[in-house]
Design a binder for this molecule. Structure first.
Ligand SMILES: [Zn+2]
Length: 80
């Protein structure tokens, strides 16, 4: 199962894919790290229900690859 949460970064205005585990510990760590290694302060995470434009190309590619490897449908980004 691919467990990521898409959130908008206040730094670049782009939506990144954050592992659920990273989001769960964002408050205590003070930040969360996206799949592309972009980090965002926990209070700046703009959590979204589904990824919208602009998407981080590196995150989208990474999640798409994982979905394909898991036999999932890479066309259904956002519904994990
Ligand atoms: Zn990213």
């Amino acid at each position: 199962m691919i467990a990521v949460i898409w959130a908008k970064s206040p730094h670049d205005g782009v939506h990144h894919a954050f592992p659920v585990e990273a989001m769960a510990h964002a408050a205590e760590r003070g930040y969360a790290e996206a799949r592309c290694s972009h980090t965002v302060p926990s209070e700046g995470l703009g959590r979204v229900a589904a990824p919208t434009i602009p998407l981080c190309a590196v995150c989208a590619y990474t999640v798409g690859e994982e979905l394909a490897d898991a036999g999932g449908d890479p066309g259904r980004l956002g519904t994990y």
